[in-house]
Write a protein that binds this ligand. Structure first.
Ligand SMILES: Cc1cc2nc3c(=O)[nH]c(=O)nc-3n(C[C@H](O)[C@H](O)[C@H](O)COP(=O)(O)OP(=O)(O)OC[C@H]3O[C@@H](n4cnc5c(N)ncnc54)[C@H](O)[C@@H]3O)c2cc1C
Length: 523
């Protein structure tokens, strides 16, 4: 039997959220040990040299940052550069395409006019995003606070946009506000990233996904982390170690024995007692570790491809590839195509045609390439395919078919086939992401996203519930993507779990002295 160690807090899993939580707690004077099963921390927020023999360190899984609050970056003292892109999106369509600049100007206006024949659709677009901005302005400042009640947010915005985003399936708003199938789809894709649903789904899971994609820092802008996602994790690891977090890699947790005043965490060669356990792993994984009945297993729905190309391919529309690929390049993402792909996948088949989006991060940040590649015309391309759930991509054969479908879909818009330009490729199905990252079902958010507020009748009883990080056990809190406001690379769940503990401690008599009290209310 191993000697038992004792710490104030043990964090299970070493994703970016765990690093954030550990830093706040260690800075507050608690002893914190973080246990990660892989040889490195970062979870899905890492960079890696994914192509054998090629000097390119790509953001292997997640790649863009929007939801990490600037206040959190400042508080932690992270040295990060998040770079804006001039192109928001480009969507090839027949022999033309729809260009949307990040700051929409003349090129955007002309593009809408050419596609739709008038200025009406652009006006509808501007109106919609201005209204969405009011919702973002209301919600963003609350993300690092205890959960607000729904009414506090609803009262700050016009009822029409609230209804569109929160009360009715987003597909209804898209059809009412926009006339063009392509425009509807370009807006609607934000509802479907990592979320397997129809735009008309009554569960509104797609609305929640849409909301999270539009509220980051009040602007909803997605920026490229210079140096890749690995640079974000490297900074988080630096401040965590600096604060005194004891980070242990190659340490897989096999079980958690939770009791009223703490928990024991064990794995191969270690048994650690703690007053608090933070779970940076998915709620489904936590249930298994703690010996509770597992909730339904989440199912991821994305097909991720990383490519290195010798140069960008030319497009049929004649647009400069450096403009078209600089933002989100939508492929097969008109609303009707998205709905068709969903219906086919929901019926258990791989959709006949690929729907997804492509990004070229090296147009914004060449530092992820080694000197030789950086001096050449080489570029990375990252594809995030939608509506390809775990169940329809069971094996290598299905993955190879999905990859061929991607090539067909992109080539349809190119003036030359992409294949001769490809220097390196890797693709990841949800099952492969599950294997690599222990994200159940390969679900990129550890499970479906939740509204970032309390319903009117929800009365939080202790800090864990007030911060949206509670589990059924009072001394085990969620600090990862499965927390109430956890999805994405944001650090929000880590921050909020740490604050739930810190809020509980004064009531209990300070670090390390917790007795038999469930955390009580301070707010
Ligand atoms: C393909 C893909 C693309 C994405 N794109 C984006 C994007 O561009 N922008 C964005 O904001 N978000 C994106 N996301 C989502 C985002 O990456 C996640 O929401 C985020 O990584 C969650 O962070 P986390 O710290 O909560 O958990 P994770 O990153 O999942 O980390 C959890 C850690 O726990 C470890 N672990 C699991 N079980 C155990 C155990 N038993 N013992 C010890 N350790 C364990 C895992 O190895 C892992 O390191 C993407 C995700 C994927 C997969």
């Amino acid at each position: 039997m191993e000697a038992t160690e004792k710490h104030d807090v043990v964090i299970v899993g070493g994703g970016h959220n765990a690093l954030v939580a550990g830093t706040y707690l260690a800075r507050a004077g608690l002893s914190v040990t973080l246990l990660e099963r892989l040889p490195h921390v970062g979870g899905a927020a890492i960079s890696a040299p994914v192509f054998d023999g090629l000097d390119a360190r790509l953001s292997r899984y997640s790649y863009l940052v929007s939801l990490m609050p600037q206040a959190l970056i400042d508080e932690l003292g992270l040295d990060l550069e998040l770079r804006s892109r001039d192109t928001a999106s480009y969507t090839p369509y027949d022999d033309g395409g729809l260009l949307v600049e990040t700051a929409p100007g003349q090129a955007t206006e002309e593009s809408f006019r050419t596609l739709t024949g008038s200025d009406d659709e652009l006006e509808a677009w501007r109106r919609f995003y201005a209204e969405v901005g009011t919702v973002a302005d209301a919600i963003a400042p609350t993300l690092l606070e205890p959960l607000p009640h729904i009414g506090e947010l609803r009262d700050q915005v016009e009822m029409a946009i609230w209804t569109d985003l929160v009360d009715e399936p987003i597909g209804t708003a898209l059809e009412r506000r926009f006339a063009h199938d392509l425009v509807r789809g370009v807006v609607g894709t934000d509802a479907l990233i990592g979320t397997f649903a129809s735009l008309h789904d009554r569960s509104l899971v797609q609305n929640r996904c849409f909301l999270y994609h539009l509220i980051g820092n009040g602007t909803g802008e997605w920026r490229v982390p210079v140096g890749g996602m690995g640079a974000v994790t490297a900074e988080l690891e630096r401040v965590a170690r600096g604060a005194g977090v004891d980070i242990r890699t190659n340490c897989e947790v096999d079980g958690i024995d939770a009791y009223d005043v703490g928990a024991t965490v064990c794995g191969d060669g270690f048994v650690i007692e703690a007053d608090w356990v933070l779970s940076g792993v998915a709620p489904y994984v936590l249930a298994r570790l703690i010996g509770k009945p597992t909730p339904p297993k989440p199912s991821g729905s994305q097909f991720k491809i990383n490519l290195l190309v010798s140069r960008l391919p030319r497009l049929r529309s004649g647009i400069d590839p450096a403009i078209a690929f600089a933002g989100t390049l939508h492929i097969g993402e008109s609303m009707s195509e998205l709905e068709r792909a969903y219906a086919q996948a929901a019926a258990g088949a791989l959709p006949e045609r690929a729907s997804g989006e492509l990004y070229c991060h090296t147009l914004t940040d060449r530092s992820i390439l080694g000197p030789e590649l950086a001096d050449s015309g080489a570029q990375t391309l990252t594809y995030f395919g939608l509506h390809t759930p775990y169940e329809v991509l069971p094996d290598e054969t299905a993955a190879a078919t999905a990859y061929e479908q991607f090539l067909t879909a992109i080539n349809a818009h190119l003036a030359e086939p992409i294949e001769p330009l490809i220097l390196g490729v890797e693709h990841k199905t949800p099952a492969q992401i599950e294997d690599a990252l222990a994200m159940p079902g390969g679900h990129i958010f550890h499970g479906d996203l939740q509204w970032p507020w309390l319903e009117e009748d929800e009365k939080p009883r202790h800090p864990g519930e007030r911060w949206g990080v509670a589990t059924s056990h009072p001394r085990v809190l969620l600090c990862g993507s499965g927390a109430r406001r956890g999805g994405a690379v944001s650090g929000i769940a880590g921050h909020n779990a740490a604050h739930a503990i810190l809020d509980a401690l004064p009531i209990m008599g300070g670090p390390g002295t917790a007795d038999n009290v469930a955390p009580a209310s301070r707010h």
